[in-house]
Ligand binder design. Structure first.
Ligand SMILES: *Cc1c(COP(=O)(O)O)cnc(C)c1O
Length: 423
């Protein structure tokens, strides 16, 4: 619990840090450094996670094996490439609450969305619509629209809108859309949390509701994995996709993850874009003409994996495993709650937090809107050594990540915010 009386007091931030069992984990990461040699205040883990110090060694180990072993590195060396992804998939499956058969790491997020739309968007004349949020991530919108066009259903997009004067979606309203239009919806695809508002959804509830209406359900978890605890298997969603360079700290453009529910693991009738890395291990190198996919998510793999890009994920997931997702979540609720209370404590700030107030309906990110402010406020804050994220037209996204942000970071940020507001 945060002691409201103590809010204006920087020593209190230090006390909270001292009580934080995860406080030492920030030492595993490099913070970007200003010209004067001091670290930036970094709140952009929702855009690009920081570099784990161990990433370099992990990459160097791959380079070393390649140098010394050439092609034999596939089967020999520190961590033979043919099995390299296995430890990563295992930890990743735990992180998202999935069975090992349900998770693969491959491609990038939008590519995975394209691949899974091929399999899970199979429209008929009666059922061809795709239900999304109005403020869906643009890349997802482009990808989905391209599939709608390809199938000749340009009018197939249905957008969930917040009520007039509201920003967040209400579950009851989504239910109503499903009840009314579910019979013509082939697929529901939402972001969890939504990248803009930070709102999370009840996956199990929505999956159940959508399935009742005969729709399939996918989630874009770019902002969820490594941020909030997930139970994808139990939630029963059909598929999920995420990138690893945000909260998972695997480096710019690193390889993405995907979840495909076990119920589809052995279904060879689903259309899919196939490649040799989806072929069963026993026969892959026999190069048969007949495609016989690995059961489960790995059957959707197309190409052999870029091991140099996997190396930092390995380093990063070791840190996640050591910290534990539940401990991270516990800290995250406290840290974001502290940020929220400090912001609300500012006098006449004109700030509105559009992210849900209930910690159960959000991750670590707060999206803040400042009355009458334009991008110049964001620029002022940035010039004070804070790295944040601006989204048009008027939202600043702040993501204190429990792995490497401290209560003192949060305190310092709000102090800078306060000065910039009144300048
Ligand atoms: C970051 C992000 C992506 C990124 O897609 P890439 O294909 O990895 O470039 C997709 N969806 C959401 C919601 C994101 O936040």
């Amino acid at each position: 619990m945060i002691d409201i009386e103590q809010l204006p007091n920087k020593d209190y931030a230090r006390i909270l840090d001292n009580q934080d069992p995860l406080r030492s984990f920030r030492n595993h990461f490099y913070f970007p450094i200003k010209k004067n040699g001091e670290p930036y205040l970094y709140f952009c883990g929702n855009s690009l996670g920081l570099q784990p110090k161990k990433a370099k060694v992990a990459v160097e180990n791959v380079l070393k094996d390649w140098k010394q072993l050439g092609v034999e590195g596939h089967f020999e060396g520190n961590n033979p490439w043919i099995h390299y992804h296995e430890a990563i998939s295992k930890t990743m499956a735990q992180l998202v609450g999935a069975k090992p058969i349900e998770v693969a790491i491959m491609n990038t997020l939008t590519i995975n969305l394209h691949m899974l739309l091929v399999s899970f968007y199979t429209p008929t004349q009666q059922r061809y619509k795709i239900l999304v949020e109005e403020d869906i991530f643009p890349s997802d919108r482009y990808a989905i629209n391209s599939h709608l066009e390809w199938h000749g259903h340009r009018d197939g997009l249905i957008e969930l809108k917040a009520r007039p004067g509201e920003v967040l979606l209400r579950t009851g309203d989504i239910d109503q859309v499903l009840e009314r239009q579910g019979h013509e919806i082939a697929l529901v695809l939402l972001g969890n949390p939504n990248y803009y508002t930070g709102q999370t959804f009840d996956l199990k509830h929505l999956a159940t509701k959508a399935h009742e209406m005969g729709c399939l359900v996918g989630f874009d978890l770019a902002h969820g994995v490594g941020n909030i605890p997930l139970e994808l298997h139990d939630a029963g969603i059909d598929f999920g996709i995420w990138c690893t360079y945000k909260y998972l700290n695997a480096g710019p453009g690193s390889i993405a993850g995907c979840f495909i529910h076990e119920r589809h693991a052995h279904n060879q009738d689903l259309p899919r874009l196939a490649g040799w890395w989806g072929q069963k291990h026993e026969s892959r190198f026999l190069m048969p003409n007949q495609f016989d996919p690995i059961p489960g998510a790995e059957g959707w793999q197309v190409s052999n994996l870029p091991i140099l890009s996997l190396a930092p994920i390995l380093a990063s997931l070791e840190i996640f495993e050591a910290a534990g997702m539940l401990a991270l979540r516990k800290k995250s609720i406290l840290l974001t709650g502290y940020l929220e209370k400090l912001i609300l404590n500012l006098r006449n700030s004109g700030i509105k937090i559009i992210t849900p107030k209930n910690p159960e309906e959000r991750g670590c990110q707060l999206s803040i809107q400042v009355q009458n402010a334009d991008k110049s406020l964001f620029e002022k804050i940035s010039s004070q050594g804070v790295i944040l994220d601006w989204r048009e037209p008027d939202v600043i996204r702040v993501a204190p990540t429990p792995l490497y942000n401290s209560f003192e970071d949060v305190y310092d940020f709000v102090e800078i915010l306060s000065t910039c507001l009144h300048k």
